[in-house]
Design a protein around this ligand. Structure first.
Ligand code: PEP
Ligand code: MG
Length: 570
């Protein structure tokens, strides 16, 4: 048995705990299972479906009560899926064919999952895991297998695939970490673990089988490292790290209501990135000031048709109200790329990240765009709102966007509906073209928000979701830094505000130089806010400017990161 396994760090943090195996093979149980008549097997299916739905419903309630909304939503989707005729009809038919309920459940699930898995886009492929998760639960119920039980120890869940519902079933005070063999960082299991900040390592493939149940492990989510049965010195080292992590968490809690201000009084607004109105309310516990990115495409996803203006209005209103008077930036839907929307029937594209996506769709689909703009303008009455367009590359797009907004206002006037005339209008700077054009674009918008997730991808020609080229993906690359600097300078020169809502905004080292460049706002997933705030409060603006001058002379991203790490350590 190897003592150290190297995977990919999916969620940072250190964990020490005992292995609790999840997602184990059911083969042995299936071989020992004695089926009854077809009628009896069908009854077992129905009973198991009802019990699973019941357990999931309780999970949803617990998760909501603990404020884990994202998790609750996923569990709720599983609860509906468990009872969805699309799934259960297939299972019933298979039982009639095979006469063995658990085997039929798994066979039918494998067929449904294969359909999802054959789909072109990552999001839909990930749904295969949801079908398998729910079906395995049903099969386990029929086989009489108990769900893993948590004892006294802190556990590290471990499996090739750890089902989201299993993670959701372990309470906060018992779960230390998660290890998964598969390599995706966007699957629901990782999303769930992230919303609870559980250190997670993925991508060790079937080496998960070699880690024994009950083994003591150290997990390092920063380095993607797993150490099995650590020696006393290693254990001591990681216990110290864990202690520091806990101390940092306590410090972060104390920072919640303090401003993100440098020692010499320069303030940066730290806002939250959200995917649903509930996220806006949850962000408050991390001390956010407003929302810098509401990814509105999530309002459009997970449905079978376009959400109505009214439905969108309710969502945006709820998010705006949760911002308590701070700005709520609502990005118009960013569909395409890795976020497909089946009911739009967008034809297959060889290069979806360079294809028909985001503002390109919106400007072309009045039936989609007009209700969205009207919903945001109406919701703007309930606080401070902004409209932000994704993937802009030309002045023409901005002018057409502005014309659309004027038209939406006119329609609302004609309909006699109340709306806000002071909703700001901005764009994401996430293409190299936009960054280069910012001195011109600044004449037509109220703000820029830099989307580094795409800006890095397009500037360095590195697919953001391809692990084979991930080593090239670096937001400190000098080419990226120059485009960011140019964007912020253009905003400062034209007296509009500049923010950042890509992942770089959550990097405390980056925050130092972005601040020195003159950025006004950084928007990130809410749990990252305290770390960035602590960093900003630890430096002076003058020091930050000194660091910026040095890094802008450097030739590689690696040099920049090393310099900043060393400077901040000091
Ligand atoms: C970005 O590209 O940086 C961004 C924030 O948008 P998304 O990650 O949704 O593409
Ligand atoms: Mg983007």
């Amino acid at each position: 048995m190897p003592e150290k396994l190297q995977g990919m760090g999916a969620i940072p943090g250190v964990a020490i705990g005992k292995i609790m195996k999840a997602g184990q093979a059911l083969d042995g149980h299936l071989a020992a299972y004695k089926p009854g008549t077809v009628e009896e097997e069908l009854e077992k299916l129905n009973a198991a479906v009802a019990e699973v739905a019941d357990v999931l419903e309780k999970s949803v309630e617990q998760m909501r009560a603990a404020g884990h909304d994202e998790q609750a939503n996923i569990m709720e989707a599983h609860m509906f899926l468990a009872q969805d005729p699309m799934l259960t009809d297939g299972m019933t038919a298979k039982i009639e064919e095979m006469g063995n309920a658990p085997a039929a459940v798994l066979a039918s699930a494998a067929e449904s999952a294969a359909i999802f898995q054959s789909m072109d886009d990552e999001y839909l492929r990930e749904r295969a895991a949801d079908v398998l998760d729910v079906s395995k639960r049903i099969a386990r119920k029929i086989l009489g297998i108990k769900e893993p039980e948590v004892g006294e120890d802190m556990v590290v869940l471990c499996g090739y695939e750890v089902e989201p519902s299993v993670i959701a079933g372990v309470p906060d005070d018992k779960i230390a970490g998660v290890i998964m063999g598969q390599g995706s960082t966007t699957c629901h299991a990782v999303i769930i673990a992230k919303s609870r900040a559980i250190p997670t390592v993925v991508g060790i493939e079937h080496q998960t089988d070699e880690i024994p149940e009950g083994a003591k492990v150290v997990l390092d989510g920063h380095k993607g490292l797993i150490i099995i049965d650590p020696d006393p010195a290693t254990l001591l080292e990681y216990m110290e790290k864990l202690k520091q992590q806990k101390e940092a968490e306590a410090r972060y809690a104390a920072l919640r209501d303090l401003p993100a201000v440098t020692k010499d009084g320069v303030e940066v607004q730290l806002a939250a990135n959200i995917g649903s109105p509930n996220d806006a309310a949850n962000a408050a516990k991390y001390g956010n000031r407003g929302v810098g990115l509401f990814r509105s495409e999530f309002v459009f996803m997970g449905r079978e048709d376009i959400p109505s203006e009214e439905m969108q209005f309710e969502s945006y209103k709820k998010a705006i109200e949760a911002c308590n008077g701070e700005l709520c930036v609502i990005r118009t839907m960013d569909i395409g790329g890795d976020k497909p929307l089946p009911y739009l029937n967008i034809p297959h594209e060889d290069n979806p990240f360079l294809g028909y996506r985001a503002i390109r769709i919106s400007l072309n689909r009045r039936d989609l765009f007009m209700p969205q703009l009207k919903a945001i303008l109406r919701a703007g009455v309930y606080g401070k709102a902004a409209i932000m367009a994704p993937m802009v590359v030309s002045v023409d797009e901005i002018l057409r966007l502005r014309a659309f907004v004027r038209e939406a206002m006119q329609e609302l006037e004609d309909e006699g509906k109340e709306y806000s005339k002071s909703v700001q209008l901005g764009i994401m700077v996430e293409t190299p073209a936009a960054a280069v054009m910012t001195p011109t674009f600044a004449k037509y918008v109220d703000f820029f928000s830099i989307g580094t997730n795409d800006l890095v991808q397009y500037t360095l020609s590195v697919d953001r979701v391809n692990p084979n080229v991930h080593y090239l993906y670096n937001h400190f690359h000098p080419a990226v830094l120059q485009l960011i600097h140019r964007t912020i300078k253009a905003a400062n020169d034209h007296d509009i505000w500049a923010g950042m809502c890509g992942e770089m905004a959550s990097d405390p080292y980056a925050a130092v130089i972005l601040m020195a460049m003159g950025i006004n706002e950084l928007s990130m997933s809410a749990p990252s806010i305290p770390r960035v705030k602590e960093m900003i409060r630890s430096v002076t603006f003058e020091e930050a400017k000194g660091h910026l001058a040095k890094v802008m002379e450097m030739e590689t991203g690696e040099q920049v990161l090393k310099y900043l790490q060393e400077a901040m350590e000091r």
